[in-house]
Design a protein around this ligand. Structure first.
Ligand code: GCW
Length: 860
């Protein structure tokens, strides 16, 4: 059925003249003023509330800010004369309540478009419209209006936001048991205004489900957010990383201890979503971070972050004690015995040295015996020995160890996916002298990626979740988009993390009974197996680009990570909606449109990169583009190892007839994944070598389905590009253009994925050159003849028009009845060009193809 332009791409986005309401006008005006905006405020931009009724209500509800004793609990500051770089816009605060107060003042001034007075003194009674922030310790008003019992339920980091009525006066109390809790509440309150939610009659009680919500900052690799537009690194002597430790040339004066605006923006943004820690250096750790000169810089950074409730940690190298840079305090290889006093003593001394400058230092992140990093196995010890040695060394200092499980020693098993569990599982099972089970100490977290391979677009959950019940498990997610489009592709990861966190592990207890709470999120938040210390870690995507994350939409991934690590049960679409409102616009049609783009973007990426459970087909040089034919020195880095393409089919058999990796899952999942008839199709090739002609649930054979999936992924990107274009008048110019040009690259690169992979698989499948036979395939009738079977990836199609016949398309016949089409243009003559747009809503969102037909005279 033909569609008209108005019902085309995005329902309701028409901005036809005459229908523009005041909101459009207001947004239009705002747009001009904002046209140079670069995205550097992340989601903390605080533009005036555009709805006049709402603005009026907000102004009535918020007239005064009252923060008593804001400066009383000054946070520790190690660095004398800590200072912002000259000309900075941000400022250093001395306490967490000052941070909360300043945020409210800044936020309200922006949102309400007028200054809101601040008072430190409670007065006799708070005026109507007061917003009171504090703890029961800091604030008499909080004490008056919230009982200790009220607050007890929210724990250390949680908060209450409550509207209170006293006679005709109404005011708002934002409180935590700690100042950090009050700060989180402040951000949550501001978020309500930013997203145009009600701020009256509030009775909000929030606390995080997970205790340690940390970033890992890989400062030198997988950084797609440097300020160098032609690459991912930096300019002007900076190396592109978010924090400057060793900038040179014209930026030499911008190294820590100097504090830059972007550090404070990042600190505020982290706190706004509840992130409370950051490991500041790469897991392939450079020992320089443990030298006194660097520790002094780290201390300054920690000072600047501290008011925002953010604690720092460091990645370390297992053999750091032998590094001559630490002379005279160095060890020999023989002294690296994890059971020996020398090794433990060294780590204790080093940690103490850091702690002397950073008293709230969290501890160490360790990548050992992985990808060339040294570790205990090099000396005949195992991960348990190594982790426990360093953990025991720092335990008296109150520190923790985050020991990564990303190991894949090829000697352990042919199937890379099995290796981590084989190296760690038995340590968790070991009976200890005191009768308990599990050798890892209490201050050790095993930090495990969500999936068993390596941050692929879609992975099954890592089987260690739930199987390591006697050990603290930290979940590691990758916010930086190494395998998900880097800084070029718009890919919102919230749905991916939601899928992982809400996956049923079918975990059982020792007696074989299914646990009540057994989603991956329950394992991670400790409720499944009774762990009190819990952690989620995100490999961050921050750099020194103007917008701090490279792609404007990558900001959403940082935002979502924070929100989901606070509460993994949240709906990723709701998180996206908040982010869009805070970042782009509150206009309903804009919000709906952008959220829709975001929500299908991940599934689309999976579809054009690695559909149906394919994995790791990336070219090794950069992990961005495809290279399914690549064979490297290491098998388990090679796309061919993962795809196992041959004339019989495609995919890695990890079922009981293959590597039997599936046996590492709890029985229900093991059975489900191990059987090709029951495995979810989106994980199919993770677990099975799939015959080319296997009948799929759609009724199509595997080969056809595979080709369709690649094509549909690309077609979703086309839809995103066209849809973004439809927002041109609603988005400020600079950011609009930057996203527009990224989407053009995105579409082309998605097409490259499709073509490279499909053409390679074709060699094995022995099937025909693929035509676009997917949901958007059509036939057209020209000169009385039906023409179809159009090539999958051609940019245009020649159509022979018999002599004397009209070049007009007289009929379009979509093969899928749910597809709609529109003839965008007809050829006036021969030669000439016609364009037909075909649209369909499919399982991950709308998909679009513009068929370009070149009408040619048919040779007789
Ligand atoms: O995803 C891989 C990356 C490596 C990284 C490794 C890890 C820092 O390609 O660059 O090393 O994971 O997680 O340790």
């Amino acid at each position: 059925m033909p569609v008209t332009a108005a019902t085309g791409l995005v329902a309701g986005t028409g901005t036809a003249s005459g229908t523009a309401g005041w909101e459009d006008l207001a947004a239009g005006l705002g747009t001009t003023a904002d046209d140079a905006y670069d995205g550097s405020d992340l989601w903390l931009r605080y533009v005036p509330v555009s709805d006049p009724n709402l603005l009026w209500k907000y102004r009535e509800t918020v007239t005064t800010v009252i923060v008593e004793n804001a400066g009383r609990n000054k946070v520790h500051r190690h660095t004398p004369n800590l200072g912002m770089a000259p000309g900075s816009a941000e400022r250093l605060v001395e306490s967490t309540l000052e941070a909360a107060r300043d945020e409210l003042v800044r936020g309200l001034r922006g949102l309400l478009d007028r200054a809101v007075p601040v008072r430190a003194d409670p007065g006799d009674r708070p005026p109507g419209g007061a917003v009171i922030v504090g703890t029961r310790d800091s604030s008499q008003l909080v004490r008056q209006h919230l009982s200790a019992r009220d607050l007890a339920s929210v724990g250390d980091d949680g908060y209450l936001i409550r509207s209170v009525s006293r006679g005709t006066r109404e005011f708002t109390v934002i409180a935590g048991n700690t100042e950090v809790g009050a700060l989180y509440g402040t951000f949550a309150f501001l978020r309500r205004l930013q997203t145009h939610k009600t701020i009256t009659r509030l009775d909000i009680s929030e606390s995080p489900r997970v205790r340690n919500r940390h970033l890992n900052n890989w400062e030198t690799v997988r950084l797609y957010s440097g300020n160098n537009p032609s690459g991912t690194g930096g300019l002007n002597g900076e190396n592109g990383t978010i924090f400057n430790f060793a900038a040179t040339g014209q930026s030499a004066g911008l190294n820590l201890p100097v504090i830059l605006d972007r550090y404070i923006v990042v600190a505020r943004a982290m706190a706004s979503v509840g992130i409370n820690g950051i490991t500041i250096n790469l897991v392939n750790a450079d020992n320089v971070y443990l030298t006194p000169a660097y520790i002094a810089q780290e201390a300054a950074l920690a000072d600047a972050l501290r008011p925002y409730g953010i604690k720092i940690a460091l990645s370390i190298n297992y053999t750091a004690p032998t590094d001559p840079r630490f002379a005279p305090d160095t060890l020999t290889n023989e002294q690296l015995d994890p059971h020996g006093a020398e090794f433990r003593g060294w780590w204790n001394r080093r940690a103490a040295l850091v702690q002397a400058s950073v008293p709230d230092f969290t501890g160490f992140t360790v990548k050992a015996n992985s990808e060339g990093q040294p570790g205990p196995q090099d000396f005949g010890d195992d991960h348990g020995d190594g982790a426990n040695a360093i953990a025991a060394a720092v335990d008296p200092l109150g520190m923790k160890i985050f020991w990564r499980t990303f190991v894949y020693n090829a000697d352990v098993d042919e199937d890379r996916l099995k290796r981590a569990y084989l190296e760690f599982g038995y340590i968790d099972d070991e009976r200890q002298p005191d009768g308990t089970k599990g050798r890892f100490l209490d201050n050790v977290f095993l930090q495990t990626k969500n999936g068993p391979l390596d941050f692929q677009g879609r992975e099954p959950i890592h089987p260690m979740f739930g199987r390591m019940e006697n050990t603290n498990q930290a979940l590691e997610l990758q916010i930086t988009q190494e395998y998900t489009g880097q800084d070029e592709m718009l890919c919102y990861l919230g749905p991916m993390w939601e899928e992982a966190l809400k996956t049923d592990t079918y975990a059982r207890d020792e007696r074989g009974r299914l646990l009540d709470k057994r989603l991956m999120g329950h394992i991670v938040d400790g409720t499944a197996q009774g762990h009190s210390d819990t952690a989620i870690v995100g490999v961050a995507n921050l750099g020194n680009a103007d917008n701090l994350t490279g792609h404007h939409f990558s900001q959403a991934n940082l935002f979502a990570f924070g929100r989901q690590s606070w509460d993994w049960t949240l709906d990723s679409a709701d998180i996206a909606a908040d982010w869009v409102r805070m970042t782009w616009s509150n206009r309903g049609n804009v919000v709906g449109t952008i959220v829709r783009m975001m929500m299908g973007s991940w599934e689309a990426l999976v579809s054009y990169q690695t559909p149906l459970g394919m994995a790791h087909q990336f070219r090794s040089s950069d992990h961005y583009g495809p290279n399914p034919a690549e064979r490297l020195a290491r098998d388990d880095w090679s796309p061919v190892y993962y795809n196992k393409a041959d004339s019989s089919g495609l995919g890695y058999d990890r079922s009981p007839t293959g590597s039997d990796f599936t046996a590492q899952y709890f029985p229900t999942l093991a059975a489900r994944y191990g059987d090709i008839d029951t495995v979810p199709e989106n994980l199919l090739m993770w677990f099975h070598h799939v015959p080319w002609d296997r009948r799929m649930r759609s009724g199509r054979i595997f080969w056809d389905e595979l080709v369709h999936r690649y094509q549909m992924g690309v077609q979703y990107v086309t839809w995103m590009r066209l849809t973004w274009d439809s927002l041109r008048s609603s988005i400020d110019a600079r950011r609009f253009a930057e996203v527009e040009s990224k989407l053009a690259v995105h579409e082309a690169d998605a097409g490259d994925w499709r073509d490279t992979c499909v053409n390679y698989w074709k060699r094995f499948s022995g099937r025909d050159n693929p035509v676009d036979g997917g949901p958007l395939s059509i036939k057209i009738v020209v000169g009385g003849r039906a023409i179809g079977a159009f090539d999958l990836s051609a940019s245009s199609y020649p159509i022979p028009v018999p002599a004397g016949a009209s070049p007009k398309i007289t009929k379009v016949i979509p093969s899928d009845r749910a597809a709609r089409y529109e003839i965008l243009s007809q050829a006036d003559g021969v030669p000439g060009q016609a364009v037909v747009r075909v649209i369909k809503e499919d399982f991950f969102g709308p998909i679009v193809k513009d068929y370009v037909f070149v009408m040619e005279r048919a040779s007789t």
